[in-house]
Design a protein around this ligand. Structure first.
Ligand code: UGA
Length: 437
């Protein structure tokens, strides 16, 4: 099947490469020339395990190409919209300018029978208005809303082996025909028994933000419990293990620490609240502002803990931060808790050196005032406190005895509850963590 993918960022580049792997002819379209050039050389413009290999494989088949000339997408019959929907500056709402621009580019080239597939995360109601635009330009084209649930770091796996497929469609013959076309695109996953939920457009759009809101709530719930643990001397990691054994609760997404960040969870819960306000049901989501507040308090608490272990002030203190990415296996620093804590300590007078296996370039672009070191061993040179803020596997297995040689004062704050306190204390470190004695 001939497919076009509008937007070749984290979502679109992975989607284009994966659709090629599934046997389709794919053209990725993006307005950023450098990104198109990199992808056309088989280079991923961001760190995503498995993506470079998949790009090279796809380009070698001759069935995958990238372009900034959107007109070349006219040949395709299924068009995926994968552009970003960031938070509007100074507002909670989502910025839909890239979605509108992609649709406006696509409208003049739509043919009868074409299917437009929306994957971007949008405020509920967006798809309905896009469908009207599409029908205005080509009455015999149809829109399906098909949200994406991939996680950065596992994006290739999640795209090739999704845990569910959601189709939002109009209850018409044209809607059903479009769904049948999408079934052909996803034939491999469907053949492997991937569950499919067919719904109306509104439900499909809501599924995505509801899922991210639930995940954010789960993380903030355990971080709220961490606050209780701090006040009582209890251990949030044991608490999470114990409640997680209840299959109704589950242990996943109950890792307490410095909280959630990234390009999705924070902005999605805010855009969801903004949309609920427009719909007159803001009370239904007022709990999400508490979820947001709990999350942000963890960052403040990390800085306070650093101050505490440094004897009351971080001014002029040398502090090492392990991790800049918002989570391991990513070079994404968008709304990264790690980088935000590092920057806050620097602003409050500390001398902060940050290291990260993949995200240093992105972090430096955002916070050039910080110092950066290529390895943990170099970052902790002369440190009076070390903060572990992104649980990269290489940081989790750091040897406390060895690392102690490089620091001025052996104080570690485990912002992800991923170190063994017994081993660190035995090696002479002052060990502190969030929600753990
Ligand atoms: C998230 C969702 O998990 C995906 O399903 C969704 O498709 C994606 O957003 C999206 O909307 O595009 P992602 O942003 O890649 O994926 O990251 P997550 O793995 O969800 O982690 C988000 C944040 O929560 C990270 O900062 C992570 O460190 C934090 N986290 C996660 C915790 O603090 N504790 C946990 O137990 C789990």
């Amino acid at each position: 099947m001939k497919i076009s993918v509008f937007g070749c960022g984290y979502l679109g580049a992975v989607h284009a490469a994966c659709m090629t792997r599934l046997g389709h002819d794919v053209l990725g379209v993006d307005v950023i020339e450098d990104q198109v050039a990199a992808l056309s050389r088989g280079e991923a413009p961001f760190f995503e395990p498995g993506l470079p290999e998949l790009l090279v494989e796809g380009l070698d088949t001759g069935r995958l190409a990238f372009t900034s000339d959107a007109g070349l997408a006219a040949d395709a019959t299924v068009h995926f919209i994968c552009v970003g929907t960031p938070q509007k500056p100074g507002e909670n709402a989502a910025d839909l300018r890239y979605v509108r621009s992609a649709i406006n580019t696509l409208l003049p080239m739509l043919k009868p029978g074409d299917v437009v597939v929306g994957k971007s995360t949008v405020p509920v109601g967006t798809a309905e208005s896009l469908r009207e635009l599409i029908h205005g330009a080509q009455p015999e084209a149809e829109l399906i809303w098909n949200p994406e649930f991939l996680r950065e770091g596992f994006a290739v796996h999640d795209t090739l082996h999704p845990d569910r497929l959601v189709y939002g469609l109009a209850p018409t013959d044209a809607g059903r025909r479009a769904a049948a076309r999408l079934d052909e695109v996803y034939a491999t996953a469907l053949g492997q028994g991937t569950p499919k939920v067919e719904a109306d457009l509104a439900t499909a759009q809501l599924v995505k933000v509801a899922a991210n809101s639930f995940l954010a709530t789960k993380i903030s719930f355990i971080n709220a419990m961490a606050e209780l643990c701090e006040a009582t001397g209890a251990d949030v990691t044991l608490l999470a293990d114990a409640i997680g054994h209840d299959a109704r609760i589950g242990r996943k997404f109950l890792n307490a620490g410095v909280g959630f960040g990234g390009g999705c969870l924070p902005k999605d819960i805010r855009a969801f609240m903004a949309r609920a306000g427009e719909l007159g049901v803001d009370q239904a989501l007022s709990f999400l502002s508490e979820v947001d507040a709990i999350n942000m308090r963890r960052r403040v608490r990390m800085v306070d803990l650093a101050r505490e272990v440094c004897g009351g002030s971080i001014v002029g203190r040398q502090i090492a931060v392990l991790g800049a990415a918002f989570k391991p296996d990513s070079d994404d620093v968008r709304d990264s808790p790690a980088l935000s804590v590092a920057a806050q300590m620097q602003l409050q007078g500390a001398r902060v050196t940050v290291t990260d296996p993949q995200a240093i370039d992105n972090a430096r672009k955002k916070w050039p005032e910080l110092s950066f070191a290529p390895t943990a061993a170099e970052a902790v040179q002369g440190a009076e406190a070390v903060l572990l803020l992104t649980e990269w596997p290489e940081y989790v297995v750091l040897d406390p005895v060895e690392l102690r040689q490089n620091v001025t004062a052996p104080r570690i704050i485990d912002g992800r509850n991923c170190l063994d306190p017994v081993a660190w204390r035995a090696a002479g470190w002052t060990y502190r963590a969030l929600g753990r004695p």
